[in-house]
Design a protein around this ligand. Structure first.
Ligand code: F6P
Length: 744
């Protein structure tokens, strides 16, 4: 039985018993009072009357009759009877009840009093018609009893009054029952309404806070946090829709502002004068573009395309994706000097080699640093123009914008700024060589969360802070507190959308293979390897080609049969190191082709140009093996893209152990790209791997990618940000209150 019904039942039974007991007590008491009252009235009347009756005894019946009539005038007197001493009737009022005739009453009175003579006697008799009070008084003169008088009083009025009293009691207790149940219920409901309103308001972080709620609030927050964690960690596929719902639920649908140097869509003027839209070769764009499609908002980026200025509106906005517009890009224009100092200089000649262990010496030029700072300020200002609230959610991407978080925080103190650092973070000793290490760290600590791909990067970052900054490190929560501001440091390994839209749109793997075979004149039965990268020295492209050379050297059975297609998108070409790499890769490819090539067979197919995703996925689906040989890489999404492309569960991934991806894609053949023998052997193993083993490995990696997709990646960051926002709101208001000694 529900608890409420039990309570009501107990209350009703209790009240019924109480009513019954109270009614009995009241009735008995009242009846006693009334009867005593009637008795004394009867006595009073008879004492007075018997004296005159005795005087008139001999005056004859008419006189006595008149006297009796006078006595019976009282409405409650039912009748009066005068009896002789021998118990015969003498005179009575009309219709005197015969049940109380002289013999009956006289003999009873004698028995009850004195058997010799009738004495004063009072009793109550019960008739079917009701109760009657009977009074007997002797009529005496000079000590001689002449007879006695019987006076009957109607007591039915007592029953009527009892019935009235019972009715009143029932009504009173009924009202009491309603009050006893209704009032507490109303008060409880009202209090609960007030409490839940107050709690809801506090959990949302609004309004003034009452002291009584402070202890419960911290419990509630912990509980809600745990529940939210459970829900967000609940198994099940993360989708664009689920991400959108997460954003709505936790951040009330607030739009997202992304700050990234690279724009997701570049408008380029082509040789024939038309404008084409290019998808840049960028892991950052690959990951974040689907998030932006799902969440909408603004992507603030450098407008780097030759036709970018022609395609924006008067606010430098362009709606994208073309044909499926759901968010917009805000393009920021940079001068040659700005690009030189900020992008090429500090970002790619300073921070890039500083963060990657790829044996390139970082360059730190003071003039570049001034540009880096100025451009960070320029972008931070644009971000602040684009937001539509005091506390927006801003996702700052990568090493191009290490200073922007603090700059944004200065203008928008309550903003939630999440930095995601797409490249590795160096160890503290290595970080120490940067002349502006302190400014960089301080800039990043302006954010609410700094995210990295791996826990190792988080640890390195915390160590750098420990070594170079005056801050408090909260190791328990992986947080840094600087001048009262708290920044969480978290690993969020980046991922792909799932399913990948390019895969959905691609021809079947067989068709892709047939197209590539046709295009490059590959023989039936030939094997194809593929590498897809920006032409960057961290990608280990030279080592990769050398590993292919060693494969052909050590495994002659693959000569004439195995070709490796390297798709290499030109990148940062103004930097000497990249120009050198370009030449080096070309030379190495030419040398290998010279050494092992034959008419109709080219071991290295070097494709040095930008490839749109559709073309890249065609290669992924056509190849037997994909070799990702980065010397150091934050994640490397190419490895994940290859796995995503293989809906046929065919193909083998050979993956450098120095990528973040190697921690997740453990079913790949993991290699040290510096170890050319080991890598070439892995290529040989890949090319001879039975199909069922290929399928086993692919299946396992694909299920991981499906589960840990980019919607989950973004969802986790946004949920963490939402929790942080809530905590800041609550503690912000607490700080605004006079000190109470209570803490949350
Ligand atoms: O790997 C770091 C990174 O910024 C990626 O996020 C992105 O894929 C790549 O570099 C692009 O470089 P850029 O924008 O200089 O062409």
């Amino acid at each position: 039985m529900p608890r409420m019904a039990q309570f009501v039942l107990a209350l009703l039974v209790g009240l019924a018993l109480l009513t019954w007991a109270a009614a009995s007590v009241v009735e008995n008491t009242a009846r006693g009072w009334f009867e005593r009252d009637v008795s004394s009235r009867a006595r009073l009347v008879l004492v007075g009357a018997t004296h005159s009756l005795a005087n008139n005894w001999y005056a004859g019946p008419p006189v006595l009759q008149k006297q009796l009539n006078d006595l019976a005038r009282d409405e409650r007197v039912m009748g009066v009877l005068i009896c002789n001493a021998d118990l015969t009737a003498h005179v009575s009022t009309p219709e005197f009840l015969e049940e109380f005739g002289c013999p009956v009453v006289g003999s009873r009175a004698r028995v009850e009093t004195n058997p010799a003579a009738v004495q004063e006697w009072h009793t109550v008799a019960t008739l079917p018609t009701g109760r009657v009070h009977v009074s007997v008084m002797p009529i005496e003169s000079q000590e001689q009893q002449m007879g006695f008088v019987v006076l009957l009083h109607d007591l039915s009025f007592i029953e009527r009054r009892e019935a009235q009293a019972r009715k009143f009691l029932l009504i009173a207790f009924g009202v009491l029952a309603i009050m006893a149940f209704g009032v507490p219920m109303f008060v409880a409901k009202w209090a609960r309404y007030g409490w839940s309103n107050e709690l809801r308001r506090l959990m949302r972080g609004g309004g003034k806070q009452s002291l009584e709620f402070q202890p419960i609030l911290s419990d509630m927050r912990e509980l809600v946090g745990r529940m939210a964690n459970d829900r967000e960690d609940a198994p099940g596929q993360w989708t664009a829709e689920r991400l959108k719902q997460t954003l709505n639920r936790h951040l009330h649908g607030e739009k997202i502002v992304i700050l990234a140097n690279r724009e997701p869509y570049i408008h380029q003027r082509t040789a024939d004068g038309s404008i084409e839209v290019q998808h840049p070769a960028s892991g950052l764009v690959t990951a974040l573009e689907p998030v932006m499609r799902a969440c909408s908002g603004v992507w603030v980026a450098h407008g780097s395309g030759s036709a970018d200025r022609e395609t924006v509106d008067e606010n430098d906005h362009v709606r994208v994706p073309p044909g499926e517009e759901s968010y917009h890009i805000r393009r920021v224009w940079l001068s040659e000097e700005e690009q030189q100092g900020y992008y090429y200089g500090i970002s790619n000649e300073g921070l890039w080699p500083l963060c990657h262990v790829a044996h390139a010496r970082p360059m730190f030029r003071a003039e570049d640093w001034r540009q880096y700072r100025a451009v960070n300020q320029k972008f931070a200002d644009v971000v602040c123009e684009e937001v539509d609230s005091k506390d927006p959610i801003i996702l700052v991407q990568d090493y191009h914008f290490a200073l922007a978080p603090a700059m944004i925080r200065k203008r928008l103190p309550t903003a939630t700024v999440i930095v995601f650092w797409h490249i590795p973070w160096p160890n503290a000793g290595r970080m120490g060589i940067c002349p502006w290490r302190q400014e960089l760290l301080e800039g990043l600590l302006g954010s609410s969360i700094v995210g990295f791909h791996t826990q190792l990067d988080c640890n390195n970052f915390l160590d750098s802070i420990d070594r170079y900054m005056e801050t408090r490190i909260d190791r328990e929560h992986n947080a840094i507190v600087m001048r009262g501001h708290r920044t969480l440091i978290r690993p969020y390994p980046i991922a792909l959308e799932w399913p990948v839209r390019w895969v959905e749109a691609a021809p079947s793997p067989e068709e892709c293979r047939a197209q590539v075979w046709r295009e490059f004149g590959l023989k039936p039965g030939a094997f194809l390897g593929v590498g897809v990268d920006r032409l960057d020295y961290t990608k280990g492209i030279e080592e990769r080609l050398l590993a292919v050379e060693m494969l052909l050297e050590r495994h002659p059975e693959f000569r004439g049969k195995f070709s490796f297609a390297q798709l290499a998108a030109p990148s940062r070409t103004k930097i000497e190191r990249y120009q050198d790499l370009n030449e080096l890769v070309e030379k190495v490819a030419a040398r290998i082709n010279e050494r092992f090539g034959t008419p109709g067979y080219q071991p290295i197919i070097l494709l040095r140009s930008h490839h749109e995703p559709a073309a890249v996925y065609r290669f992924f689906r056509a190849a037997d093996v994909c070799y990702v040989s980065s010397l150091h890489d934050g994640m490397n999404l190419v490895a994940k893209e290859f796995v995503a492309a293989r809906t046929d569960l065919k193909g083998v991934l050979v993956l450098s152990e120095f990528t973040g991806a190697a921690r997740e894609l453990t079913e790949a053949l993991i290699v040290n790209p510096y170890d050319l023998e080991g890598s070439s052997e892995a290529l040989a193993v890949a090319l001879t791997m039975p199909l069922d083993e290929q399928a086993d490995r692919m299946r396992s990696m694909r299920s991981l990618l499906a589960q840990f997709n980019v919607y989950r990646w973004a969802g986790k960051m946004l949920v963490d940000a939402a929790r942080l926002r809530n905590q800041e709101r609550v503690s912000g208001r607490l700080a605004a209150r006079p000190a109470t000694g209570t803490t949350l």
